[in-house]
Design a protein around this ligand. Structure first.
Ligand SMILES: Nc1ncnc2c1ncn2[C@@H]1O[C@H](COP(=O)(O)OP(=O)(O)OP(=O)(O)O)[C@@H](O)[C@H]1O
Ligand SMILES: [Mg+2]
Length: 326
């Protein structure tokens, strides 16, 4: 039931005949202004948000743009009555923790919905435990339930490699993979599956499951952020939360990153978000401790002290037991 031109919000005038009567093809010499496709507007908004909200990720952003363009062109071709096979949109997002995979999946769902590829702009996130059962006969119903919840939208399988346990040949994960394979083939379901996880383990997962791999059309790689990108992410998050760094606090946060990045369990942008949460905690405590009226500026500003209160400045060499040091 793929109809690129017959999307949730098709780019055609209200005077056009309803869809059920079958769309009239444009004459061969007609011209289509792609910018007047209403979906195109939604797509531009989503792409702009992606650019504004996410620092770096140039290759990911480019790929998202290309996918959107492909579907937009498909819609235009459809208006000329040109045959269109529903393009495969199953994807894999590989990258370390906190590199933006979940965030991009949400935007991807919005895009695919705006372009009429899926029926709802929703991401249903699952992990192995949501799909694999404990007993014989338990797995299929569980997996089908997850598929039903995701139907019409995106099924995001986080840490997908846990589905595959080569060391245990009776593992029910294999059953999940087989059900997924079937579901990914059927056009009816209007479902997009995104497999997410760390790069090396995903490579092993896909080489052990060539059937899955060949049904995944788009492999997007999310690299770890550089220190400069992490600093830019921090400044963006601070601004989004209506805070501001005192001038010298930016340099302090940069030093924080230098110390934090090599330590265990560093999780890219997620660690930045956590670190900022703890800066706010220290700021709040500092302000309350002032015992004087506070200004708007006071309430907004994160100072060097707020940053340098973190235990990474005090700690010696990183220890394995350090969770996510403040
Ligand atoms: N490039 C970026 N620019 C700004 N913020 C970002 C960027 N990448 C991630 N973030 C923020 O970092 C946090 C973690 O991102 P997200 O949950 O998308 O990462 P993830 O790759 O799914 O992580 P995990 O592997 O741990 O699930 C979110 O709050 C997100 O908004
Ligand atoms: Mg995630």
């Amino acid at each position: 039931m793929y109809r690129p031109g017959g999307a949730a919000r098709p780019g055609r005038g209200a005077q056009d005949p309803p869809e059920s009567e079958g769309p009239e093809s444009l004459p061969p010499d007609a011209l289509i202004d792609l910018s007047t496709d209403l979906a195109g507007k939604d797509v531009e908004d989503t792409l702009a948000r992606l650019d504004e909200e996410l620092i770096g990720l140039a290759a990911v952003k480019l790929r998202v743009r290309e996918i959107a363009a492909l579907l937009l062109i498909d819609r235009a071709r459809q208006q000329f009555g040109l045959q269109a096979v529903r393009p495969t949109m199953h994807m894999s997002f590989t990258g370390g923790p906190g590199t933006g995979k979940t965030t991009v999946a949400l935007r991807m769902a919005e895009l695919l919905h705006a372009l009429g590829y899926i029926r709802k702009p929703k991401v249903h996130t699952v992990t192995r435990d949501d799909l694999v059962g404990q007993f014989i006969g338990h797995t299929a119903p569980k997996t089908k339930e997850a598929l039903a919840k995701a139907a019409g939208g995106v099924l995001f399988i986080d840490e997908a490699y846990y589905l595959f346990r080569p060391e245990n040949e009776r593992d029910y994960g294999q059953e999940v993979i087989e059900i997924l394979l079937q579901e990914m083939e059927t056009e009816r379901s209007s479902l997009v599956v995104i497999f997410a996880g760390y790069p090396d383990r995903m490579d092993t997962f896909f080489s052990a499951n060539p059937g899955l791999s060949s049904r995944v059309a788009h492999h997007l790689e999310f690299p770890d952020y550089t220190r400069a990108e992490l600093l830019a992410i921090a400044e963006l998050m601070v601004a989004q939360q209506n805070f501001t760094f005192a001038p010298d606090a930016v340099a302090a946060f940069d030093r924080y990153l230098e110390l934090r990045m090599p330590r265990p369990r560093f999780a890219n942008a997620r660690s930045v978000r956590n670190a900022l949460d703890r800066c706010r905690l220290r700021q709040a405590n500092r302000l309350v401790g002032l015992h004087r009226p506070v200004s708007r500026d006071d309430l907004m500003t994160l100072t060097v002290t707020d940053v340098e209160g973190s235990s990474v400045f005090a700690a010696g060499p990183a220890t394995e037991s350090t969770p996510d040091p403040g």
